[in-house]
Design a protein around this ligand. Structure first.
Ligand code: DX5
Ligand code: ZN
Length: 230
């Protein structure tokens, strides 16, 4: 069982104020974020376009934290080299977007980066079972990807529990990350209890109601004392 100290919070810069992106990333870093989650959307795999490599470089220059790069890109292979340039990156591809998932996973690992694979709410665990043993991260989408500020889909909790069981039974190393609709409430708590150890949060961390530091404190407090998989 992972302990509370192993639960990582990854603010998603998609919800940040892009007019002062560097400062917002610094605020999240100072407030105790563990990772910075960076959402790349191509307008094909998901209906929205976010930003590309130059913005990732700007985020890289604003923090020493690992970048948790979530590629919502159809056939990501052609763009992987440019997103793997920065040090200590975690690269996450979508199972649904890869024609040859095993090849893509191997490529990122051989390049010395951590590899994660994401699955949408409508995608079964079986879509990643054959590569699970090689993964550092499985990202369970708790909304349909493409936009911040959507509502958490509770049915994802059962998927997280099943994934957790498979990972434990086989002593695999993969961490379970959740992304979408995570707030400082039951959504964060239920995700941790189900077995997640990385919580992505966009609008819950970057919003006009409170400072990044206040938001991070509320998120940490909401999961205090909980263990992954309880
Ligand atoms: C959604 C993105 C998320 C998004 C989460 O497609 O992958 O990372 O930023 O935003 P919130 O936390 O507001 O749901
Ligand atoms: Zn994301």
């Amino acid at each position: 069982m992972a302990s509370e100290s192993h639960i990582q919070i990854a603010p998603s810069v998609l919800a940040a104020d892009f007019a002062r992106l560097g400062q917002q990333v610094k605020d999240a870093t100072e407030a105790g974020a563990d990772l910075i989650h960076v959402d790349i959307m191509d307008g094909r795999f998901v209906p929205n376009i976010s930003f590309g490599e130059v913005v990732v470089d700007a985020v890289r220059r604003s923090t020493h934290l690992p970048l948790n790069i979530h590629l919502m890109i159809q056939e990501p292979d052609r763009l992987l080299p440019s997103f793997m340039k920065a040090d200590s990156d975690q690269i996450i591809v979508h199972a649904e977007a890869c024609g040859h998932l095993h090849r893509t996973v191997s490529y990122v690992k051989e390049a010395g980066r951590q590899i994660g694979v994401a699955i949408n709410p409508g995608t079964p665990v079986s879509a990643i079972e054959e590569v699970l043993q090689f993964l550092d991260i499985v990202l369970v989408m708790t909304v349909n990807p493409g936009y911040g500020g959507q509502s958490f889909i509770p049915a994802a909790l059962d998927k997280i529990k099943r994934l957790r069981r498979i990972i434990e039974e086989n002593a695999y190393a993969a961490q379970i990350e959740v992304d979408g609709g995570i707030k400082a409430d039951h959504t964060a708590q239920d995700s941790v209890r189900a077995g997640s150890t990385i919580l992505v949060a966009g609008t819950a961390i970057f919003n006009v109601q409170e400072s990044v530091s206040q938001a991070m404190t509320r998120m940490r407090t909401s999961i205090r004392g909980l263990n992954a998989g309880d």
